[in-house]
Design a protein around this ligand. Structure first.
Ligand SMILES: NC(=O)c1ccc[n+]([C@@H]2O[C@H](COP(=O)([O-])OP(=O)(O)OC[C@H]3O[C@@H](n4cnc5c(N)ncnc54)[C@H](O)[C@@H]3O)[C@@H](O)[C@H]2O)c1
Length: 452
């Protein structure tokens, strides 16, 4: 028997991808210095100082099995592919508020003061640059630290200058931009998003379909800087950005960090489908009291989030293939702004399933989670893996990095492809991509060779 559990591609196709080494400093540029951004940056600094562990981070703690199960080869991912080290990360950000990262982290109330005080000088040293902001796109916010320009192209130019200045003054070799700003109002793709030419004309005429997050993304990609989107905004999910990304070898990915309730959904739903358990309904409700919750209290921003959260179940359960089991699901998602809870969200799920002969059953999930604690390791991984993508000839020019779907609620894909939402397929895809890049055999889990 020649079939191998760990086979999957002909020998000739196996080659070492020529990944450039991760030498020098990596700049991390963050539009939106709120709860997620400060929890991420404070966490990296605490880990660097030996005060904490990178729990939840696949790049720091995860392993990847290589070869056969009997080979005993399972290196850590960070030892298997050349990733930037945490000591090489340098941070900057933009926000409409003038608080430095220490003040912003205190305000967010995610991390304890005792930890923040140990890294206070470092956190205070990161001060927000003036933001590109327009209240029409985030109705519940307003702040003083905002750039002025005669049109959106001029604002993009100012951001490009910020990027150049940050790289120059910190002697950076490479940089990444990752959106941790508020969720913007729901926007659909329109003519201005269809090509780079139309988009640039739209920047000059300040087209209303161009949101601030798109201006940041345009500035980053124009400077050859990869852009990841942690919110559900349209931002880089349209043809003009894919074109710019490919043209400048600057990868893009998104959207919306997969944390909390949606993380649970993408863990549970694949299990129901695997066991052919039917689903009548899934009611999800949340209470949260942070600034994100306040922004999502606005119907425009909530709609953007709702679309992102609702898309998950259909894609996992495939009602077109299983009409009897999933053809008639009532799926509802609610987010309630409730200030006393701060960042410590509570997410309730009531799940109505049915089994053998159609007998109904119920599952209740009450997840007392900490949103930003779940999001911070995602930000770290996405930063490091996007940097890896840009140093990898095979990945840097393809635009969307679908292999990073693992981290997102609404993964971006090539036109015409449905997104893969199942967390376990996403993880396999990510690890197989890494194996592929290093010329290792892909793991198919066939495993008949053990019984030869
Ligand atoms: N926490 C999670 O688990 C999680 C999960 C998925 C997605 N997200 C998304 O990540 C984003 C950040 O979440 P958060 O909890 O840190 O929110 P937050 O409100 O604490 O922080 C967002 C920050 O962005 C700033 N901002 C808004 N528009 C800006 C602009 N145009 N330029 C610069 N700064 C701008 C705000 O002033 C605020 O300080 C939100 O869009 C949220 O929906 C969070």
């Amino acid at each position: 028997m020649t079939t191998r559990e760990s086979s999957g591609q002909p020998e000739a196709a196996r080659r070492q991808s020529d990944i450039a080494p991760a030498k020098g400093k990596l700049g991390v540029m963050i539009p939106g210095m709120g709860a997620v951004a400060t929890t991420f940056v404070a966490g990296v600094e605490a880990i660097r100082q030996g005060l904490a562990s990178p729990i939840g981070s696949l790049t720091q703690m995860g392993t990847v099995r290589l070869g056969k199960r009997t080979d005993g080869r399972s290196p850590k991912i960070k030892d298997f592919v050349p990733l930037a080290g945490l000591n090489d990360l340098v941070f900057t950000g933009w926000d409409i508020f003038e608080d430095n990262m220490y003040a912003s982290a205190c305000n967010a109330g995610v991390l304890e003061r005792t930890l923040l005080d140990k890294i206070k000088p470092f956190m205070e040293s990161i001060k927000p640059r003036a933001a590109v902001f327009d209240q029409n796109y985030v109705k519940r916010l307003d702040g003083p630290n905002v750039k002025k320009g005669k049109n959106k192209m001029e604002l993009a130019e100012q951001l490009r200058q910020d990027i150049r200045e940050f790289k120059r003054t910190n002697s950076l070799d490479r940089a990444i931009m990752i959106w941790c700003g508020s969720t913007e109002v729901f926007l659909e793709r329109s003519a201005v998003h269809q090509s780079l030419k139309a988009f640039e004309a739209g920047l000059c005429s300040s087209d209303e379909n161009i949101a601030p997050s798109m201006i940041y993304a345009y500035a980053a990609l124009s400077e050859g800087v990869p852009f990841a989107n942690g919110a559900p905004n349209l931002t880089v999910d349209f043809p003009a950005m894919a074109e710019l990304s490919r043209k400048n070898n600057s990868p893009i990915c998104g959207k919306d960090y997969k944390t909390g309730q949606t993380l649970m959904k993408t863990i549970l739903a694949p299990g129901f489908k695997a066991r052919l358990l039917g689903l009548n309904g899934w009611f999800s409700t949340n209470i949260l009291g942070n600034r994100d919750g306040e922004v999502l209290d606005d119907p425009g921003s909530f709609k953007t989030k709702e679309e992102s959260k609702l898309s998950v179940l259909d894609a996992i359960l495939q009602p077109e293939l299983y009409p009897e089991l999933y053809g008639n699901i009532c799926h509802k998602v609610r987010i309630n702004y409730y200030p006393p809870r701060g960042d410590n969200k509570e997410g309730w799920d009531n799940i109505d399933i049915f089994g053998w002969l159609g007998y109904p059953m119920q599952i209740k999930v009450d997840f007392l989670c900490r949103d930003s604690i779940l999001a911070a390791p995602i930000v770290l991984d996405v930063v490091l893996l996007m940097d890896l993508a840009q140093r990898t000839p095979e990945l840097r020019g393809i635009g969307i990095q679908e292999w990073l779907s693992f981290y997102f609620k609404s993964p971006m894909t090539a036109p015409g492809l449905y997104p893969e939402h199942d967390l376990f397929i996403q993880l396999m895809k990510l690890k197989n991509t890494l194996r592929h890049l290093r010329g290792e055999e892909l793991i198919t889990h066939l495993g008949l060779e053990y019984y030869d």
